[in-house]
Design a protein around this ligand. Structure first.
Ligand code: SF4
Length: 426
């Protein structure tokens, strides 16, 4: 039995959005390295940055990484324009030492950051130069993880967009192929692969691939489904290579997963019977698992600060499948085209905001006193101290949450802070 309420309106398709451009409280795009380096198993991320960048990466890595690191920071100290030639020489020396010592690295990303000394360096030229030097050995690409104008999930977007031009060209007349775009946990990829196989749908490739040598061929035969809502630049780069995006909600929760899979099934002419027989057991199991969380969340209010760009799909899941009340749904950037199907599913009248003016938003949050607030780490502790239950937005990116088998786990991520707060209050 599906818990989904049928759509009776256009939801928030044309809803007004409060746009704020003030002080922001978000992590920078370097954060993406933490999950991307696990995904592409023969890649290395060399941050070209300051001591602050090194601290950010090391502290995140210190808690979350146990294997041999595949990232590092080349620290560029204060230097004037005359010192840039030396900086390039130093960078070449660091890369040469790294690639000589670590033959397993097949793809090296030079990741830019925001200190002015780094902005002065032309990392794309450095990447081209180093790619030539190590042509037979490894590819060298570059992207920016700078925090000046980005939020933390845009690091993944920039990384994947830099990878698109490296993909081979699909041969003329190649049969239709499906590409799933966005870093997913391996276990989730395997679940989706099995589902597509049972539908008789294929070939299916994932982007980014687990190995640098497995980049998918791109061309007009490729239809792609975004698995994450923060991949605007990657989608544009894929479209420039001829691939076509399949419009769909994102695969969060039972409803989102079903609609996402349906978009692929429709594009690849999978029969209704075959689609239903592939998804039905998993959909029913996921719906049953969700039911045990619904009574804990129904009627509870939730406020989203803009952080991961997952806010709108999460709000749709929490309101439609778990009955939560949406006080405000903030997102760093609202991509109306990629989120069109999501916006339609949001309850009419939902307060949407884009960008941030953190003090004003904190005032709105305090005035609303929501049962649960989703925000970045920097805001979570102060809000907890004021008596509000919070959920770290970044945890939603580090945890496998996509697909049927993860729907109940996703709901569980929102019940835990409420339980903890009840325990503290009791
Ligand atoms: S915000 Fe800028 S300086 Fe700070 S860690 Fe991120 S890239 Fe480095």
């Amino acid at each position: 039995m599906s818990p989904v309420i049928p759509i009776r309106s256009a939801g928030c398709a044309d809803a007004p959005v409060l746009r704020e451009r003030g002080q922001r409280e978000v992590f920078c795009g370097l954060t993406g390295i933490i999950w991307l380096h696990r995904k592409i198993q023969d890649a290395f991320f060399l941050v070209v940055g300051s001591r602050t960048c090194a601290h950010l990466i090391q502290s995140a890595a210190g808690v979350m990484i146990f294997a041999e690191p595949r990232f590092a920071t080349a620290i560029i100290d204060d230097r004037d324009l005359a010192g840039l030639a030396d900086a390039n020489e130093e960078l070449d020396r660091v890369v040469t030492r790294l690639l000589t010592r670590r033959p397993e690295i097949k793809l090296l990303f030079l990741v830019g950051s925001c200190p002015s000394e780094v902005i002065k360096l032309d990392l794309s030229r450095a990447a081209q130069r180093l790619s030539k030097t190590f042509a037979s050995r490894a590819r060298v690409l570059n992207y920016s993880g700078s925090g000046i104008e980005t939020t933390f999930t845009q690091g993944e977007d920039a990384c994947l967009a830099s990878l698109v031009p490296e993909a081979p060209r699909a041969p003329e007349g190649a049969p239709p192929a499906l590409l799933i775009v966005g870093a997913l946990a391996d276990v989730v990829e395997d679940q989706f692969s099995r589902l597509f196989e049972e539908m008789g749908l294929g070939p299916v490739r994932f982007f980014p691939p687990r190995h640098a040598g497995d980049l998918p061929p791109l061309g007009a035969n490729v239809r792609f489904l975004l698995a994450q809502p923060f991949l605007a630049d990657t989608a544009r780069a894929l479209e420039e290579r001829g691939a076509k995006r399949l419009a769909a909600p994102f695969p969060l929760g039972v409803e989102g997963t079903t609609a996402w899979l349906q978009a692929a099934a429709t594009a690849f002419a999978v029969s209704a019977e075959r689609f239903e027989s592939a998804i039905a057991p998993r959909r029913e199991r996921a719906s049953r698992a969700l039911a045990s969380y619904r009574h804990r969340l129904t009627g509870k209010s939730i406020f989203f600060f803009p952080d991961s760009q997952l806010e709108i799909p999460l709000a749709r899941f929490l309101s439609r499948e778990l009955g939560m009340r949406l006080v405000e749904v903030g997102t760093p950037y609202l991509h109306r085209q990629h989120l069109a199907e999501e916006l339609q599913l949001l309850p009419e009248g939902t307060m949407l905001s884009e960008g941030q003016d953190v003090d004003r938003q904190l005032d709105r949050c305090r005035a609303a006193a929501p049962d649960l607030t989703v925000c970045g780490l920097g805001l979570a502790n102060p809000l907890e101290a004021e008596g509000l239950a919070t959920k770290w937005a970044i945890e939603l990116v580090f945890t496998p949450i996509h697909g049927y088998d993860q729907a109940a786990d996703l709901a569980g991520l929102f019940t835990r802070p409420l339980q903890r707060r009840m325990t503290l209050v009791a």
